[in-house]
Ligand binder design. Structure first.
Ligand SMILES: Cc1ncc(COP(=O)(O)O)c(C=O)c1O
Length: 348
């Protein structure tokens, strides 16, 4: 087939898709400026995993996660560890795998069985957590939400954790409502549990959306490495990081939280390459775009955009809240996201 014929066939099918700019159904970034687009077209052929071939991209990747470690109040961003991922799904799984391995190593050192790990999370989790539990043989313990406890807040947490708990996941930005789970409260509840039972249970924060929101809108909110039980955090660059799909980040509190036994040293393209990823190949362009945004927008640029988004969300929430048939589930006070529900069921 001639390339122009093949092009037109694919082009015409793709034309039938929705318009990405009008897609408000996901948190994914659908617009970047012309300079970003230029960088993208200059670098879409780079594979981020070929770090010896693309050392500048590798350096920029490291700069990005160190900047995030700093943004998330890591004590020593220079000496911690982090990585990029293709999305928050991979980034969440990397955090959870480190928790699982840490737990198993501790159990084995104590001569105890490590064959029945469980992970505790709100029942309003994103599907990645069910996938993680399924793919990596971890029991998932889902804490129900209710009108009184609209997200995981530590209520009855003691009924869900035990010696086989590899960690608790706090979600910063519940996918369906945008609500932030109160990480500090969850941590305080875990302190109480530790005082009573001796169990020292750590927290991973799934900040897929909130990781790029809270530091700018609510810097005083302690949800990150300021909370001592938080050992790792993930966030999506392709959501409020404002980069096209596919890039996300995981950062650990310090290098000891990522067990060395999970790191693969691959001899590749003439160098020793330590990697902790599920995927091997992945786009380098998005890493460069993330750094572009960090330079272009800076702290104040991200903040200005998020303040504007919050205003839009608050306006919509006010208007929807006035409608007699609806009531708000939450106000967009945490993030520029809110949910609403029918006041009462319609008559049959
Ligand atoms: C809280 C949360 N975690 C994880 C994910 C998965 O992220 P990704 O689509 O980047 O894999 C999402 C996506 O919406 C999310 O909202």
């Amino acid at each position: 087939m001639n390339p122009d014929t093949a092009y037109h066939i694919v082009h015409d099918f793709a034309m039938l898709d929705g318009n990405a700019r009008l897609n408000l159904a996901t948190f994914g970034t659908t617009w970047m400026d012309d300079y970003a687009n230029r960088l993208y077209s200059e670098s879409y052929d780079k594979n981020a995993i070929d770090k010896d071939e693309y050392p500048e991209t590798a350096k920029i990747e490291m700069k990005c996660w160190k900047m995030l470690a700093d943004l998330w109040n890591c004590e020593d961003p220079e000496h911690t560890i982090g990585c990029s991922a293709v999305g928050s799904s991979e980034a969440c799984m990397l955090g959870a795998l480190a928790l699982k391995r840490k737990w198993a190593e501790k159990r084995k050192a104590e001569g105890k069985p490590a064959d029945r790990p469980n992970l505790v999370i709100s029942a309003a989790e994103q599907v990645v957590w069910l996938k993680f539990a399924n793919y990596f043989d971890v029991e998932i313990r889902r804490v129900p939400i209710s009108l009184d406890h609209k997200c995981l807040d530590g209520y009855k947490l003691e009924d869900y954790v035990d010696e086989n708990t590899i960690g608790v996941v706090a979600i910063l930005g519940v996918t369906y409502t945008g609500m932030y789970e109160p990480v500090k409260m969850i941590s305080e509840k875990l302190d109480e549990i530790q005082n009573k039972t001796g169990l020292d249970i750590k927290i991973h924060v799934d900040a897929a959306t909130g990781g790029f929101v809270t530091p700018f809108l609510y810097p005083e909110l302690e949800w990150d490495f300021r909370v001592p039980r938080v050992v790792s955090i993930n966030a999506s660059g392709h959501k409020y990081g404002m980069v096209y799909q596919s890039v996300a980040w995981t950062v650990w509190r310090d290098a000891t939280q990522l067990p060395e036994s999970l790191v693969f040293h691959v001899s590749y393209l003439g160098g020793d390459m330590p990697t902790f990823t599920l995927n091997f190949s992945k786009p380098g362009a998005q890493i460069l775009l993330q750094y572009y945004n960090f330079l272009r927008l800076g702290f104040n640029g991200y903040k200005d955009i998020l303040v504007a988004l919050r205003e839009v969300a608050q306006h919509l929430a006010d208007e929807i809240g006035k409608m007699p048939e609806f009531e708000l589930w939450n106000n967009p006070t945490d993030s520029p996201v809110f949910a609403w529900m029918l006041k009462k069921r319609c008559p049959a």
